[in-house]
Design a protein around this ligand. Structure first.
Ligand code: ADP
Length: 615
């Protein structure tokens, strides 16, 4: 192996150990904080299973010794009474330990579910709070899905990991217990069992390696086969398949890959048979040698018949215990490494610098100073040298063709992303200095792709617990949705969509828009922004909505975005975005009169829509 490769392997092992320590600490702390009774549960399991082991390994020895004494001509009544006592004890303990472990088992599965939901909620909470920029970062999204899979399914969550830790402790206890017995009665069993375990682990590791290899091969072949199969059965490929006569070629390719897959499975089967034969032989030798040795001890009367039975049971428990310990350790390492993905997600570095300054005052000025921006992982500037001042109470219309950077401009203003160059000032202060929470309160935005949730109408507008119905009705009226909302089956309590409630309502496109607008008005923020939530409407309907919204907004600062000119006539200023920057800026009259101006041209083309409606 290359030196570099060895070093990498060592580093990986170190990283894995670190993950195990971290995850174990986190899981134990979480379990202790949230459900300390879980430890009591494991204590009950431990007690139950230790009792079971005593009853399997130790008690039969005493029973057999009593019986042998009877057979050997001892005082029948006394030994028989003892024997009956041992039988009762074995039966009683068996029953007791079974009841204990069954009860603990069913409570444990309830906690298992509880913890799965606990972590999912934690994950969702974190995903909702992480910087918006991460929602478009493939690396962050991958980490989220690794975290999701890692915390529940693959690692088994708190309970899965505690189970493995518990298995380790139980096996250590069992090994120690039967170890003492073996040491004093049949010490040579130790090397026999250890050698068997070593050989079994070796064979098992080879088997695992073969499986991993084969599955990697199969993943590729299956993907290729899936592609042919998909094309063969997908009607949307029908034209190409028929017109280019490609069905036969596809079938042949699918058959060839199918042959390959079958060959790989055959290779796996052969290898597995070889290793399982090897394991069977090791097992048989181990048992044969152990029995021979213990039998010899018994025949030469160095141990009693009871000891013989105890040694046989101890040998089996020792082997199972050592095997269980190795598996439990491998299991912990595997589970912790999966669960570590969850911790990595929780610690995913923030994309934005966090400020702490509070926003004060009622009126706010906004200033863009030489702002340039390119999206993360992109080389191209979407906005360049943007300079703009928006006074408090001003109504600004932002226009430009699709892709000109209008939405990006709003995203920067709302600080969903940080600028690449220059700065944005609100009330003369760089917006990075404000606390995120305080800063976001300044804005009520209705984006083009606004989303309503499968909650009630009230919750969609007011979100929080202290919804003020009077105010909701007021904003519904302003948004022109009050009358319609009254007709909904359960008024404000009507569920939107049918995801969770079969009586849920599917609002029409226009009603959804009005709800989104009502939500923005309810927020009562000093700066309101409409980012083309009306793009699906025709120009006239869009114009009407913008005009009505402008009346509702009153003295607040308002920014309207459109690639049409719906909002321009009633706005104080217009900013025309083109070629990644603000190309024209001024009032409607100034821009409309500009010779060869972009706005003047747009207006001339689109004027027909607005002539009758503009008042
Ligand atoms: P507009 O709102 O004027 O239609 P946008 O601000 O949505 O324009 O987009 C401006 C440019 O930025 C477009 O070229 C678009 O492809 C690009 N863009 C938008 N969003 C992203 C993103 N999340 N990542 C990378 N590029 C983006």
């Amino acid at each position: 192996m290359e030196k570099a490769e060895r070093k990498e392997k060592r580093e990986k092992a170190k990283e894995n150990r670190r993950a195990v320590r971290r995850v174990l600490g986190f899981m134990l702390k979480t379990a202790w904080k949230e459900r300390p009774s879980l430890f009591l549960l494991y204590a009950a399991f431990f007690a139950g299973q230790c009792i079971q082991k005593v009853q399997i390994v130790v008690l039969p020895k005493f029973l057999l010794d009593e019986l042998m004494l009877v057979l050997g001509g001892g005082a029948v009544s006394a030994h028989l009474r003892n024997a009956v006592l041992y039988v009762a004890l074995i039966g009683g303990l068996n029953l007791f330990s079974n009841i204990l472990t069954n009860i603990a088992g069913s409570v444990r599965s309830v906690w298992e579910e509880w913890f799965n939901e606990y972590f999912e909620t934690m994950l969702a909470g974190h995903a909702m709070q992480m910087d918006f920029e991460h929602t478009e970062d493939p690396e962050a999204l991958d980490q989220l899905s690794r975290a999701k899979e890692g915390i529940s399914w693959y690692s088994g969550g708190v309970v899965g990991i505690l189970n493995s830790v518990y298995d380790m402790l139980l096996n250590v206890t069992v090994i120690a217990g039967v170890g003492v017995i073996i040491l004093f009665t049949c010490p040579l069993l130790f090397p026999v069992q250890l050698l068997a375990l070593f050989l079994m682990t070796l064979l098992n590791a080879k088997n695992n390696r073969l499986e991993t290899e084969v599955y990697a091969e199969l993943a590729k072949s299956n993907r290729i086969f899936g592609y042919y199969f998909f094309q063969l059965s997908d009607f949307s490929y029908g034209k190409e398949i028929r017109l280019y006569d490609s069905a036969e070629m596809m079938r042949q390719k699918a058959e060839a890959i199918n042959e390959e897959i079958t060959g790989t499975w055959r290779r796996l089967g052969k290898g597995q048979t070889r290793y399982s034969w090897g394991m069977d032989i090791v097992n048989a030798l181990r048992d044969g040698i152990s029995y021979f040795y213990i039998g010899l001890l018994a025949i030469t009367k160095r141990i009693t018949v009871g000891d013989f039975s105890m040694c046989v049971a101890s040998a089996s428990e020792l082997y199972q215990g050592m095997r269980g310990l190795t598996f439990a350790w491998m299991d912990i390492a595997k589970r912790c490494n999966y669960a570590n993905q969850f911790l990595k997600f929780l610690e995913y570095p923030a994309a934005l610098e966090k400020g702490s300054r509070e926003v004060t005052g009622e009126t706010h000025t906004i200033e863009f100073c030489h702002v340039g921006f390119r999206y993360p992982r992109s080389e191209q500037y979407v906005l360049k040298d943007i300079n703009l001042k928006i006074s408090s109470g001003e109504h600004l219309s932002v226009v430009g063709l699709n892709g000109a950077g209008k939405t990006t401009f709003i995203k920067l203003l709302c600080r969903l992303y940080d600028v690449t160059e220059g700065e944005i000032l609100v009330d003369g202060v760089n917006i990075r200095e404000y606390s995120e929470e305080a800063y976001r309160k300044l804005f009520a935005v209705v984006f083009q792709d606004f989303k309503l949730f499968a909650f009630t109408l009230r919750e969609n507008i007011a979100f929080g617990e202290n919804a003020n119905d009077e105010k909701i009705n007021e904003v519904l009226t302003l948004a022109g949705f009050y009358e319609d909302a009254q007709k909904l089956p359960e008024g404000l309590d009507t569920m939107l969509y049918k995801s969770f409630d079969e009586h849920g309502t599917e609002l029409s496109g226009g009603q959804q828009q009005k709800t989104a607008i009502a939500r923005a008005l309810y927020r009562d923020a000093p700066i309101v922004i409409l980012d083309e939530p009306t793009a699906a409407l025709d120009p006239v309907a869009e114009y009407d909505i913008y005009r009505r919204f402008d009346c509702l907004v009153g003295n607040k600062t308002a920014i309207y975005i459109s690639h049409r000119l719906s909002s321009c006539k009633f706005c104080d200023r217009i900013a025309v975005f083109a070629d990644n920057t603000i190309k024209e800026y001024g009032t409607h009259d100034e821009l409309a009169g500009k010779k060869d101006g972009i706005y003047a041209e747009m207006f001339a083309t689109q004027a027909q829509y607005y002539v009758e409606h503009a008042s």
